[in-house]
Design a protein around this ligand. Sequence first.
Ligand code: BES
Ligand code: ZN
Length: 596
Amino acid sequence: MNLTTYAQPDPHSAARPAEAVITHLSLNLVVDFDAKRLKGKATYRIDKSPQSREIWLDTRNLKIEAVRYADGSKANYSWGEEKPFLGKPLRIELQANTQSLTIDYSTTDGAEAIQWLESEQTQSNKPFLFTQGQAILTRTWIPIQDSPGIRFTWDAEVKTPPEFMAVMSGRNIQKRNDTGVYSAQMELPVPAYLIALAVGELEFAPIGDRCGVYAEPQMLKAAAYEFADVEKMLLAAESLYGPYLWGRYDVLVLPPSFPFGGMENPRLTFATPTIIAGDRSLTALIAHELAHSWSGNLVTNSNWNDFWLNEGFTVYFERRIMEALYGADYAQMLEVLGHGDLMATLNDMGMDSPDTRLKLSLEGRDPDDGMSDIAYEKGCFLLCYLEEEVGRPAFDSFLKRYFKEFAFKGITTERFIQFLNKQLKLSDEQKAVVQRWILSPGLPAECKVPKSTRFDTVQMAVQQFINGNDALNTRGMENWTSHEWLFFIRNLPIELSQSQIERLLKPMGWYESGNAEIRFAWLMNRVQAGDTTAFPHASRFLSEVGRRKFVLPLYSALLNQASMRNETIALFNKQASRYHAVTRNSVEERIKSLKK
Ligand code: BES
Ligand code: ZN
């Protein structure tokens, strides 16, 4: 490894990779469900500059028992200053010839990456745990150089109680065994935020040559059905931007408290069960996580200020995969929905908010604060602009070269612009647009407003409904997909009469929908209308689901209604311990800002 490649400092990590850097991690952990603790050791291979006598690791809320050199002798260590959300840097003294180190440690209740689920929170009725590393939470369960610009290979051995199975973001064993000992390996270098672990009563089902699904037994069949097209997605992705380099691509379906829709852990996407709709309608999320195997996992944002390079590229790639599988009119619906989200976010944040720039400045802040639709959608629409300007074939070949050039490397916004200008012959005017897109707040006028004829039909149906023409008999409605229904609900006014509500609800049953997006959209409509009869339905939803994208806006909408505020706070206090820290902290902050 060339130590000089770490030129860019990462404001969210204490690592000093130019002095000493981890090249391989070996984990050996025991899972204790009773104490809600992981305990064991981490062994590191390190690469250091000849004169360096120390290595800096990130830790947060970890209990360090001992640090030892390869011969077993104790290494001296000391602590840097503890900071909110960054944690406490660990400085370990090195000898001139040190090549490896071992740390004995255990996690504490402050391990925000880990969610320990009670048995009532799972379908199997067994306890469960999963980790979520992105953005800077891996340091709460592994002492590590927790910067996306630092990559290393790893292997792990995890000991669980007998009836459980452990899976990780690497090569897994796939079968449950009686010893409770599971091993996993990742022989390609990855950043720390992409190490993940889940333990529960899990089973595996194959869905193709290279693809399969892990889930609790009760969910396995439905998951395998829902994701039947994943292998096709993988083939489509490869034919767009080059071979899939990670070997297998599996999906792990988690219990509903998982705080995200999906997380692109290498070889093993972690996914919310709220996309198991029964009709394969929400699988764009899998295309998204799969696309991260190129944008994000192969070519990785050097630090969190460049987050748009992970997510903007991935949204673009996701829509290209969906277009390849289901046609342009399908992808257009996704684009229109994305554009709607972008406009709403810009509106919320304000067109001149610095956080609406693609290149962020998150120094001194929790990187989580910068992770909005801006990176995803404004980022994607920049790539759409470029595609439109140079034509699809030229743009695709550019992206293919980009993934090849920066494979297994970090990428900064500046380096991207440099590469872009070298590879695509943009005019000065086009270059200026790109600059503005990346460095200025708001949205350039050059952003194309996407159109969808399928959604135009939906708009007409909404209009008919508002005009009081008998509601649900627009031609073709019986063939609508859930995207069309979602668009329909989102475009309904909140001022609905009792009879209008009944005409909708009787046939549609949206409060009970198996499609979480639809259930959520309808709940938002009713809560924003101040309809207190929605509260029990909202309460049920918030007791079942922990996905932040649903939970946070729904709590916010409820809290905005004076008539439901107290009940909402009581509901949160009851549910808080059952949410992952990522979701819990966000809602807590919203409640605090209310009290100010
Ligand atoms: N990498 C993200 C999830 C993430 C982002 C975790 C920032 C922690 C910090 C993942 O790929 C993602 O974007 N998930 C989305 C779904 C996607 C289809 C937009 C989600 O969870 O909703
Ligand atoms: Zn993503």
